[in-house]
Design a protein around this ligand. Structure first.
Ligand code: GAR
Length: 192
């Protein structure tokens, strides 16, 4: 049986991407075959190199239609795409080409604290301002609207009123690392 092939899209440090590289390193059914980024100085590149996973840098212009990127993904025979801190909008052509095969993680409990402009620290600052007693993660399919695709899994974590946005971010990131690869493994294995 041929393994299911996942490509990771990331724009930043890539701590979630690293968890995927580790989790699937010796997996029988699933492999991480590539990384796509819009940022040539993204930390994820060095992490991918450590695992000998090829990376592809496409600047912002290429993400407007996604045409070249779709061809590249097809050449690589990619089955699924995992967004791991990818900060540009995925073009609708790409979403159509990989319908129900693109996953995202959002660092809060959607539908709260989602939508345009809600990414990274902006999310954790908003959670702090709203004086929430919990935050968490939402793993969902990607559709053409920011953060509105079907929810696959949510995991919450308690936060204290005294937590800074940075402390909330750390707590949430820990929950991301523990759950994201595991949840995606379950979804992809179901399709095998
Ligand atoms: C993660 O917290 C992820 O949930 C968030 O960016 C961070 C990337 O960290 N994604 C979004 O805000 C997407 N809307 P990482 O580069 O260390 O994995």
């Amino acid at each position: 049986m041929t393994k299911k092939r996942i490509s990771i899209f990331a724009s930043g440090g890539g701590s979630n991407a690293l968890k995927f590289f580790e989790y699937f390193e010796n997996d029988q059914d699933i492999e991480i075959v590539s990384v796509f980024t819009n940022n040539k100085s993204a930390g994820v590149i060095e992490k991918a190199e450590r695992f000998s996973i090829p990376h592809n840098v496409y600047n912002r212009n290429y993400w407007e239609t996604g045409e070249v990127i779709i061809d590249h993904l097809k050449d690589q025979k990619v089955d699924y795409i995992v967004l791991a801190g990818f900060m540009l909008l995925i073009p609708s052509e790409l979403i159509r080409a990989f319908s129900n095969r693109i996953f995202n993680i959002h660092p809060a409990l959607l539908p709260k604290f989602g939508g345009k402009g809600m990414y990274g620290m902006n999310v954790h600052r908003a959670v702090k301002e709203a004086k929430e007693s919990e935050s968490g993660i939402t793993i969902h399919f990607v559709n053409e609207h920011y953060d509105e695709g079907e929810i696959i899994s949510q995991v919450s974590c308690p936060i204290a009123l005294s937590d800074s946005p940075e402390e909330i971010a750390q707590k949430v990131l820990r929950v991301e690392h523990e759950n994201y690869p595991k949840v995606i493994a379950e979804v992809v294995r179901k399709s095998i």
